[in-house]
Design a protein around this ligand. Structure first.
Ligand SMILES: [Zn+2]
Length: 257
């Protein structure tokens, strides 16, 4: 398996011309309820990228893994101990400079495997700049939950995906994360508080501080989490990521692979 963090520079130099894409996982360190560790988005992004790489191999696509960026934009979780956050400005600059570094070595094809919704504005900002300043054949973000929302109808009993919820817990189980299922909660029951249900239904991109709307940190029903649902999600989203990469393959990069 091609993992840049475990390779020497000559090995990386030699593989770059034959790569169909480099997978760059982006995570976050933030509360995920009573039942998931604070590294969940980091863990998910990293493991999901690994699964995409494996799937790529089966499909004849040559993918390499980058190190994963652990910390993201989690300001709305900061009332919960253990959460760590970068400002959007710092995050997007860090991401931009990482992309610039890859690009300077001739890497023209990057799929960003994002594990955390709060990173999206910073990612979009970094991509605008990176596209202006660099030469790219493929530079796209992949938000797996968007695929789940669009094409995963029927997988989740609750029918929605938000935070440390049925879907995220299921995926964590499938990816062998540390999951304390006996501590999983249905946040929609908390004190009869319907405010987080309203958030699930709203189209708002910005969310209020989580401690205003959930006491556990969960938004959704994590008690419905199951490994088998996570495996279905994994199957769906890894294939979607491969399609994004394949859809952008140029004839040259195909023959080079
Ligand atoms: Zn998460």
């Amino acid at each position: 398996m091609l993992d840049f963090s475990r390779m020497t520079w000559p090995e990386i130099r030699d593989i770059i011309p034959r790569l169909d894409a480099l997978l760059l996982p982006l995570g976050s360190i933030e509360q995920h309820g009573f039942h998931l560790p604070v590294d969940n988005d980091y863990y998910t992004a990293r493991e999901l990228a690994r699964e995409i790489q494996k799937r790529g191999k089966k499909e004849g696509i040559n993918l390499a893994l980058s190190f994963a960026l652990p910390v993201g934009c989690s300001h709305h979780h900061m009332a919960f101990p253990g959460s760590v956050s970068l400002s959007e400005e710092v995050f997007s600059r860090v991401l931009g400079e990482i992309l610039q570094s890859f690009n300077s070595h001739g890497i023209r094809r990057v799929l960003i495997v994002n594990g955390h919704g709060g990173n999206a504005p910073g990612i979009e900002k970094a991509l605008v700049k990176a596209r202006e300043e660099g030469k790219w054949e493929l530079l796209e973000p992949f938000y797996y939950w968007e695929t789940l929302k669009k094409r995963g109808k029927g997988i989740l009993k609750s029918g929605h995906y938000f935070h440390a919820c049925e879907g995220e817990t299921s995926l964590a189980l499938a990816l062998k994360q540390r999951v304390l299922m006996d501590r999983a909660v249905n946040s929609l029951d908390e004190n009869g508080d319907l405010r987080n249900l309203n958030i699930l239904k709203s189209k708002e991109v910005t969310v209020p501080p989580f401690h205003h709307i959930t006491t556990s940190g969960v938004i959704g029903n994590s008690t419905l989490g199951e490994k088998s649902k996570g495996e279905k999600i994994l199957n769906l989203v890894t294939m979607e990521a491969i399609k994004i990469i394949q859809g952008n393959l140029t004839p040259n990069s195909k023959t080079a692979g």
